[in-house]
Write a protein that binds this ligand. Structure first.
Ligand code: MG
Length: 175
């Protein structure tokens, strides 16, 4: 039996894969900041980076990222079988499995992350604009959705934590 993959190994591979594909944690955090700034006073990039890092700690998220990036890479090298090769390489709009994979991340963080994902996916803010630039010769069919989903998940995480902080403050002032 093959030895199982250690969590630390999986996490390292995920961060490396994102880095190799030109995505920094700060790029994702910048999207989170954009999404959540109107709702959380004094929200800064540092707090968004922390929340993105927490999302990236989850094995389900790591699995989704590694799977999506692998398919992007294989399509880029033209190593997938037909017709999947053409579908992923061309980022066909009716394919939809890239969004489904992103849902596996959003599922962990609830409805706020869903609405944020839809919003950022439409706007193509920040690094998403670069990832959607088809003239680069790179295939980012999965990566753009994964990055949007991580940012949206971190936004959902911040929203829930902010509410808890507010509740605590109200309780304290009522004491
Ligand atoms: Mg896509």
């Amino acid at each position: 039996m093959a030895p199982f993959v250690f969590s630390s190994e999986l996490k390292q591979a995920t961060l490396q894969a994102l880095h190799d594909r030109g995505v920094a944690v700060e790029d994702i955090a910048e999207l989170t900041l954009f999404l959540q700034k109107p709702y959380v006073p004094n929200l800064d990039l540092e707090r968004c980076v922390h929340n993105v890092e927490q999302v990236l700690e989850k094995r389900e998220v790591q699995n989704a990222i590694l799977t999506g990036i692998e398919l992007d890479l294989l399509a880029e090298k033209k190593q997938l079988s037909s017709p999947l090769q053409q579908i992923i390489e061309k980022d066909e709009s009716l394919y939809g499995i890239d969004e489904i994979l992103a849902l596996s991340i959003l599922n962990l963080y609830g409805s706020i992350s869903y609405t944020n994902y839809g919003y950022i996916d439409k706007l193509k803010h920040g690094i998403l604009q670069h990832l959607n630039d088809k003239s680069t010769g790179k295939v980012h069919t999965f990566l753009d959705d994964l990055v949007g989903a991580i940012a949206a998940a971190a936004a959902g995480r911040i929203a829930h934590r902010y509410r808890s902080e507010e509740e605590e403050q109200q309780r304290d002032s009522a004491d």
